[in-house]
Design a protein around this ligand. Structure first.
Ligand SMILES: *Cc1c(COP(=O)(O)O)cnc(C)c1O
Length: 355
């Protein structure tokens, strides 16, 4: 079916105009004196209009679908999401005047569902995280809509060679730092799209930077990285919203990754609480996963007497998770005791060593 070209032109112009009015996100340098000689940076993706790095992905997915001729004037947009992507896509669907339905797991943060609805979208709840794909496909067929399918298209909808993608922006913002070419970039995978973009960009620019990908518990990505068994599945969903998947997503590209680590969920949660003291701001739990991985690498570099820089992402704000990751009772019931990791992080502040 071919769509009205005039409408497509207008739609692309609206998205590009929205981009033209936007500013880039900040690269924040952390102040950790005990890690003298090792500089740590957070790319703050929480300041996008829709609150997370998924703003970039949603923009790319809409442009990709428009240029492919997949959506037109009245096409309902359907997406499977653990929340953040749906919030950002609801924003762009509203910009184009298209109906939007997000298929999300029932346990998704209330705040995210409210934000999907705030942007005029509808949340369609399913019981298990592994149901979202089939239900999205079914709905798209029933409504004659388009299933955006972030988990398939994230890695190819983004311009990996540059065009102000996230890697391009990071390396540009690092230019005047003491160690402008990072020793490591650390990222956690949801779709795997961001780590694919960063890994490809590093190779294309011929940098010596290594990419470390950090996985939460209850995710199949790390196991897949080791075995390359694409049929792996998990029963329960990840407890760290935005990252860790119960199946190997097509957008996860293992061969651009230099190293993978699994970070305990309790360490991720402890790290966002520790970061709040350092930054005066709350971050989402995946930022804790990222930063704990960074601190492991930094303390290993310190032990080897190396200096350099490490960059990771602040993926979204913790304000979305006040009733979970920032609620003591919820942590105790769902994650357990985080005091051991908090003590470890305090020790890092004293000695520059994590363990
Ligand atoms: C999606 C997401 C990630 C992971 O990014 P991908 O590019 O999908 O791998 C990390 N943190 C949060 C909060 C996210 O929403």
């Amino acid at each position: 079916m071919s769509h009205d070209p005039q409408w497509i032109h207008t739609a692309i112009r609206k998205i590009e105009a929205d981009f033209q009015r936007s500013a880039d996100t900040h690269l924040i340098k952390l102040d950790i004196p005990s890690l003298d000689g090792i500089d740590i940076y957070l790319k703050d993706e929480s300041t996008h209009p829709t609150g997370s790095l998924k703003h970039r992905l949603a923009r790319s997915l809409f442009l990709f679908a428009l240029c492919n001729g997949w959506i037109g004037k009245d096409t309902p947009i359907i997406e499977s999401s653990s929340g953040s992507t749906a919030v950002s896509e609801a924003y762009f669907a509203r910009l184009l005047g298209l109906p939007f339905i997000a298929v999300v797991p029932r346990k998704t943060a209330r705040k995210k569902i409210e934000q999907i609805e705030f942007y005029g979208g509808r949340a369609h709840l399913v019981d298990s995280p592994s149901e979202i794909y089939e239900e999205s496909r079914r709905l798209a067929k029933e409504l004659n809509g388009h299933y955006m399918d972030q988990f398939t298209y994230a890695e190819r909808a983004t311009d990996w060679r540059g065009n102000n993608n996230i890697a391009n922006s990071i390396f540009d913002q690092m230019k005047l730092e003491e160690h402008p070419i990072p020793s490591w970039v650390v990222m956690s995978p949801g779709t795997g799209g961001t780590s694919a973009t960063i890994g490809r960009y590093i190779r294309y620019q011929m940098h010596s930077t290594k990419l470390c990908v950090v996985d939460p518990e209850n995710s199949v990505f790390h196991q897949y990285y080791k075995t390359r068994d694409a049929s792996l599945t998990g029963e329960c969903g990840s407890r760290i919203e935005g990252i860790g998947r119960p199946r190997v997503e097509p957008s996860f590209i293992p061969d651009v990754i230099d190293e993978m680590r699994t970070i305990p969920d309790a360490a991720s949660i402890a790290t966002v609480h520790w970061l709040e003291k350092l930054l005066g701001r709350k971050a989402g739990a995946s930022t804790g996963t990222n930063l704990y991985g960074v601190l492991q690498l930094a303390s290993e570099m310190k032990a080897r007497g190396e200096s350099g820089s490490i960059v990771t992402l602040l993926c979204d704000s913790g304000e979305r998770y006040l009733d979970t990751y920032f609620n003591t009772a919820w942590i105790k019931d769902n994650i357990g005791d985080i005091s051991g990791y908090l003590a470890q992080l305090e020790q890092l502040e004293q000695t520059g060593q994590l363990s």
